[in-house]
Design a protein around this ligand. Structure first.
Ligand SMILES: [Zn+2]
Length: 467
């Protein structure tokens, strides 16, 4: 067991900012306070000077897809490469999705994902289970998953008919079962039938380039499904978490729910806050880099999302990290509907949120921590082990230098993807050192651990109302 003393930093949590030292024994934080050197410097194996730096809780990315089999290919980051890239950017825990195959059980999905992640993952990890076929067997598995396997959240898709989509009846039954055992349902809210219709219409007209992807999934596709799932949850008194909300119209459905005193938990992703749909016009098939669902929206939607964060309508900023290399994107060179949906993002979520959020005064430091770590840890049952810098909690800490300027590029990033959605972006603030369970895992851009360091973190019940 190694002991670590971090001196002279500014400790930032979702609620407080204080100049303090942090003392770590083994994997846990043991003390936070002033002048801990006088008490602990003799016991410390290593002393780090964090003068001029913030200490943030390790980031939690609640929405990632490592090596996901999807649209005829696999997401290009493995559990090893994707989580190592995450550590470089200060994300110490991911919650990935185990996808049920049609006709198969939820447990076999979870086992398959455990098999992919085990001995490979660099950061800590947990799983949501994506339910794509809500059979009687699946229904019987919910209790065991929540109570024995550490899976307390279940993803549903209202789109991708014939592949991932559940109909409303199945979602209602799933919500009832999940609620019985204290879990939460999360939803990809797009009207799948409307999407399929609009894709077919565009293809019939010969509209085949990536610029027609957003036109086949306009905001009303998302806002309709968002409103519908919110109503369904309200009717049954079920907790609900909406993944990757992107636009003002959908946000207004969440806002409307508050008028009848309904609480809905909402995630957006960093790309929806920072990129807009003009990206689809990039030449030479460049628009395909941004083909994801839901698609990027207008600048006015970005502004609405930032305001939604300020109004506490949006709790979590994740990435939906699901990278595909350009060769894979080219599967849809003749038809946008065949472009694998997804983009890289895990590595720069925290630095972008700091540079574009905190430094541009859209959010304060404590909100930054809440959005990137604490809220997800509470909603998804990782708290208090993860999501804060607190005595007794895991020593997952990012030593962040707020002054370092750098440029994002595929040439220097660690994600296994040959493009960056933020190529050439200048950001201020960098993760200098990442500590995971008391171990320095990244220092000044150098990885000090290898694959298999990451641990599976079974989750407890969500810390939300109505469970
Ligand atoms: Zn996703």
């Amino acid at each position: 067991m190694k002991n670590l003393l971090i001196k002279n930093g500014t400790v930032v949590t979702a609620s407080d900012t204080q100049n303090a030292d942090v003392y770590i024994e083994g994997e846990k934080v043991v003390a936070i306070g002033n002048d801990l050197g006088s008490r602990f410097s003799k016991k410390a194996d290593q002393i780090i000077d964090a003068n001029g730096c913030y200490l943030f809780p390790g980031g939690i990315d609640a929405h990632t897809h490592m090596q996901l089999p999807f649209m005829g290919t696999f997401a290009s980051d493995t559990f090893e490469t994707g989580t190592l890239a995450g550590l470089h950017g200060g994300t110490t825990t991911i919650i990935d999705f185990a996808f049920q195959s049609h006709g198969d059980t939820l447990n076999s999905a979870l086992n398959a994902w455990h098999e992919m992640a085990k001995d490979k993952t660099c950061s800590d990890y947990a799983f949501h289970v994506a339910v794509t076929d809500f059979t009687e067997t699946a229904q019987k598995e919910i209790q065991g998953l929540v109570e024995k396997q550490g899976v307390s959240s279940f993803k549903t898709f209202m789109a991708y008919k014939g592949a991932l989509m559940l109909d409303d009846r199945q979602i209602i039954q799933l919500m009832k079962e999940v609620k019985k055992f204290g879990g939460i349902v999360t939803t990809h809210a797009e009207n799948g039938d409307l999407v399929d219709t609009l894709i077919a219409e565009n293809r019939a007209k010969g509209n085949l380039g990536p610029e027609f992807h957003p036109l086949s999934r306009p905001p009303i596709v998302e806002s309709e499904a968002t409103g519908r799932i919110i109503d369904i949850a309200h009717q049954g008194g079920h907790p609900l978490y909406i993944v990757h909300l992107t636009c003002e119209d959908a946000l207004n459905r969440v806002r409307a729910a508050t008028l009848r005193n309904q609480k809905v938990y909402v995630e957006t992703c960093v790309q929806y806050l920072l990129l807009d749909d003009s990206a689809y016009l990039e030449e030479n098939f460049g628009g395909s880099k941004y083909v994801m669902s839901p698609p990027l929206r207008k600048k006015s939607d970005q502004e609405a999302l930032w305001k939604g964060i300020d109004q506490n309508l949006i709790e979590v900023v994740a990435t939906d990290h699901c990278p595909f290399c350009m060769d894979q994107k080219k599967m849809g060179i003749k038809d946008f509907s065949k472009i694998p949906n997804g983009a890289p993002g895990i590595e720069h979520r925290m630095e972008l949120m700091f540079s574009e959020g905190v430094l541009k005064k859209r959010i304060n430091l404590n909100k930054f921590v809440d959005l990137t770590s604490t809220a997800a840890s509470k909603i998804f049952g990782l708290y208090p082990r993860k999501g804060s810098i607190a005595v007794g909690g895991d020593a997952d800490i990012v030593i962040f230098d707020p002054k370092v300027k750098h440029t994002i590029s595929a040439a220097t990033h660690h994600m296994n993807c040959d493009y960056s959605a933020y190529e050439g972006w200048q950001v201020t603030g960098k993760c200098r050192t990442t500590i995971l369970r008391g171990q320095v895992v990244i220092d000044q851009g150098k990885a000090l651990i290898g694959k298999g360091y990451g641990k599976y973190i079974p989750r407890t019940k969500p810390g939300v109302a109505n469970v």
